[in-house]
Design a protein around this ligand. Structure first.
Ligand code: PLP
Length: 363
């Protein structure tokens, strides 16, 4: 299989697998236990915490491990709304379901502003300024969009939030290690499996003095804020993946740039969805008039890429992100997402693109 779905998940790095192995075997102690084996596991968790903080470029604030970025985003949103009597949330129509479904849930008791984007996928900062006010608890904006790769102006968004006394939450899941996280963000959600780490571990970074109310109650393991026994194996894996980011970011960047140039050129008869200028280059979301993208997926066997047009549940609903750009249902259903990165070779990408292009032209 040629794997071209890096926005869905990334291959586990061999170094990560090696770092996790002992903690899945003989080193099974509970990291919250008081004896030596437990303390050894706890020390591993603390090393991992530092490694992840370093990958975020943070020397201040606190980082709590969570079960996923979805949990981190739920925690940040549900735990911040209502602070200091502020009961409104502002976010953007192209955010991930982890944000949009959470704010929809909160919408029954709080006021939620979901701002549109332009045809390139970028939010209008004047509209954002108008929506943010003295009642805004939090502004949530993603760094890199998971469907179209488009970058939001997160630094400006954080400044606008702060001018009104609101917090800024950044979903940096797709950006970690690739695009600088906004220095001014108060809360940052990340996920290990998007950066060659294991699945089912994420983290919420909180700036000093920012503390969302707990989402999960119990033994108070993570900083007294997020209960539940941590997995040293998952933490060690996330830590190893984060260290690799620090080591490999420049090489990964150059590799992705060269793949992007080749892929963009090879697929020049296709239309790029989203901004060409403001985007992460490991994502190519393309459409072709009249294409039946769902049929294309079944025709091109042995290549793992995804539909830009159907939500993950397979409900067949057109993507909310592509619809937010102003694409018709038909255009959205003629779109595909190709994602590549560290372990993608130029040869396999070229071969897969030729097969996709040939099958699309034969439809
Ligand atoms: N935010 C973005 C932008 C994502 O791409 C994803 C994963 O698809 C998430 C949040 C949720 O991450 P997790 O799989 O850790 O829950």
């Amino acid at each position: 299989m040629i794997y071209l779905d890096y926005q869905a998940t990334t291959p586990l790095a061999p170094e990560v697998e090696a770092a996790m192995a002992p903690w899945l075997g003989e080193k099974f102690a509970n990291p919250h236990a008081p004896y030596t084996a437990g303390r050894e596991a706890a020390a591993t968790v603390e090393v991992a915490r530092k490694q992840v903080m370093r990958a975020l470029g943070k020397t201040s604030g606190r980082l709590a491990f969570t079960g996923s970025a979805t949990e981190a985003l739920n925690w940040a949103l549900k735990g911040s709304v209502g602070r200091e009597g502020r009961d409104e949330i502002v976010t953007i129509a192209t955010e991930h379901a982890a944000v949009l479904d959470t704010v929809q849930f909160l919408g029954s008791t709080h006021k939620v502003h979901i701002l549109p984007v332009d045809h390139e996928g970028i939010v209008d900062l004047d509209a954002l300024r108008a929506a943010v006010g003295p009642r805004t608890a939090l502004v949530a904006a993603m760094l890199v969009n998971n469907e179209i790769g488009v970058l939001q102006p997160v630094d400006e968004i954080a400044s606008i939030a702060h001018e009104a006394g609101a917090l800024m939450l950044c979903d940096a899941v797709q950006g970690l290690g690739r695009i600088a996280v906004p220095e001014q963000a108060d809360l940052i959600a990340i996920s290990a499996h998007k950066v060659h780490g294991p699945k089912a571990i994420g983290a919420l970074w909180m700036a000093d003095s920012v503390e969302p109310a707990p989402l999960i109650h119990g033994g108070g393991q993570e900083l007294g804020l997020r209960s539940g026994t941590l997995s040293p194996a998952l933490c060690a894996g996330f830590g190893a993946a984060a260290s690799l980011i620090a080591e490999r970011a420049p090489a990964d960047h150059d590799h992705v740039e060269s793949l992007w140039e080749m892929a963009h050129e090879r697929m020049r008869d296709w239309t790029l969805n989203g901004s060409a200028a403001q985007r992460y280059h490991g994502n190519l979301n393309l459409r072709r008039d009249g294409l039946d993208a769902a049929r294309l997926m079944s025709e091109v066997r042995g290549v793992a890429f995804s539909l830009g047009s159907a939500c993950a549940s397979g409900s067949g609903r057109p993507s909310h992100v592509l619809r937010a750009l102003g694409l018709s249902d038909r255009e959205a259903r003629s779109s595909i997402r190709i994602g590549f990165g560290r372990y993608t070779t130029a040869d396999e990408l070229a071969e897969a693109l030729d097969r996709i292009d040939t099958a699309a032209k034969a439809q």
